[in-house]
Ligand binder design. Sequence first.
Ligand code: PPE
Length: 303
Amino acid sequence: MQETAWIWLNGELVPWNDARVHIASHGLHYGAGVFEGIRVYETEQGPAVFRLREHLERLEASARLLYMGLPFTPDQIAQGCLELVAANELDECYLRPLAFYSYGELGVHPGENPVDVAVMAWPWGAYLGEAAERGARLKISSYERVGPNVIPHAAKATGVYLNSMLATMEARRAGYDEALLLTATGSVADGAGENVFAVKDERLYTPALSASILGGITRETVTTLARAQGLEVVEAALLRSDLYLADEVFLTGTAVEVTPVKSVDDVELTCPGPVTRTLAARYQDAVHGRLPAYSHWLTPVPR
Ligand code: PPE
């Protein structure tokens, strides 16, 4: 990764290489943390953070689901994000707020261990590399998406990502770009780090929140943009075969933005299809501040 000068750690800016934790930190042993991924984009008015408030509200909700009290409010973390982007003099970057049960006692119960909060900022290009251009080749994973009674999937929790890590490693080893996970009952859930949409007869379908998905902020953004274009968006239980028979499939996520899907389990799809292409362009317009109707989604970074 590309290092930057500063990291925001518990309310202070510290040099990148000094942002360290003790090896006995609870979160390191048990995956007991919550995090966010946010992008900052260049706009005509300078750098701006896309949907900052929504991301930090989700961070707080994730923490609540881990019985974790955050020592900073979403507003304070938002201020930290803005300060950090300015201090690092970044025009475009990815922001990674992270909160975790820290050093105190070990043992699964976190006891009275403090909660540490950090934010990192660094330039992060295309999440799936060249697949962003040619379209992603997906493989249905043999790993199930964690169910609601395993770990609440509404929490963007660090430990949950062992599920995603195994799925991506399996998919990459088999020569694919990304994994798509199903629920225990065989419905399409989400990608290892993305939500999924299928287009059929000019209508968009995406799994509902009850299908063990992370409630993606990009998913919500794209749904809003699609409806404004007169497209119907339906939350539905999708089977893998619905993806094989779709006119188009695409992924959404902060990191991946809107990425077309070239194939699912080697079943080739139109890529990029016309609906995907239109929505990907609208998304780029929104994040770069070219759609006045959605300027409230952007928080300018004070210089
Ligand atoms: N599902 C999962 C499992 C997921 O990890 C993400 C984000 C999404 C859906 C889309 O959520 P949203 O970003 O709010 O639209 N994945 C993050 C990357 C994970 C990683 O570090 O790798 C992201 O896009 O930032």
